[in-house]
Design a protein around this ligand. Structure first.
Ligand SMILES: [Zn+2]
Length: 255
């Protein structure tokens, strides 16, 4: 398993300072979160590409910009967010993009289905395929405006958009908050290709709590060798991040 840091935590910094902050903490790998780009302008991808090359960091995954559609008229905007995210992933040489369902949990089921088809089946999936980028659907928390927090919800989404190639980004924080960790692992353990790592409320683990070692043990049993991506709340101090990293450096060497 490879320790990685979502650079979303430094989204208020310029992209150069953002990467420098990641490096200073001793990380080699990052998840590029599209929040790090203040405005999604198409040509900005060249700036990110140059900054990443200069930094020497390796980008393992990219978190798509997302819009949880509340009305079908927003489909075009969600498609744009998804496509510009894929362009950025392509420019950064990233093989995997984390996606949300992009539909609001308040939409009726029939409309959800229609929007999912229009966003993913018509637009995002063919474009991702063309660029050779795999998509990984993330489990959400009950606090999210988006749809897909448990097995039933994720199955509904996958029934519409998956033709066998969609992976899972397992967000441990969300799974702990919804108490779905084991249910989600039972169903999707073998399909996990990215992990968002944090305790409840996106607080970093600063000690190896039982729920953490249980989760890592189960992941290991599924043969998981992919990224363990710290996705932690804004306002977390650099000391706490460093402390958490030290714990994971030790913990992951056991798996
Ligand atoms: Zn997440």
């Amino acid at each position: 398993m490879k320790l990685s840091l979502s650079n979303g935590i430094f989204s208020k910094l310029s992209i150069k300072e953002n990467f420098a902050a990641v490096k200073q903490l001793g990380f080699e790998y990052i998840e590029f979160n599209m929040k790090s780009i203040k405005k999604e302008r198409d040509t900005d991808v060249y700036r990110e590409q140059k900054a990443l090359a200069t930094s020497g960091l390796k980008c393992l995954t990219l978190h798509s910009a997302t819009l949880h559609i509340k009305d079908p008229i927003e489909v075009h905007q969600a498609v744009y967010y998804g496509k510009i995210s894929l362009e950025c992933a392509h420019a950064l040489g990233v093989p995997l993009m984390t996606i949300h369902s992009n539909v609001s949990k308040k939409l009726p089921q029939k409309i959800r289905e229609k929007c999912l088809r229009e966003v993913f089946n018509k637009e995002i999936k063919p474009f991702a395929k063309k660029l050779g980028i795999k998509l990984a659907l993330e489990n959400l928390s009950y606090t999210s405006t988006g749809f897909g927090k448990n097995v039933d919800g994720i199955e509904e989404v996958l029934d519409v958009i998956d033709d066998g190639g969609i992976g899972i980004t397992f967000d441990l924080c969300h799974a702990l908050e919804t108490k779905e960790t084991d249910n989600l692992l039972d169903k999707y353990g073998s399909r996990v290709c990215n992990v968002h790592m944090a305790g409840k409320a996106h607080k970093p683990f600063t000690e190896p709590k039982p729920e953490l070692t249980h989760f890592l043990t189960r992941l290991h049993d599924f043969g998981y060798e992919g990224p363990i991506t710290f996705e932690i709340a804004h306002g977390t101090s650099l000391e706490e991040i460093a402390k958490s990293k030290a714990i994971f450096d030790r913990l992951l060497s056991l798996f």
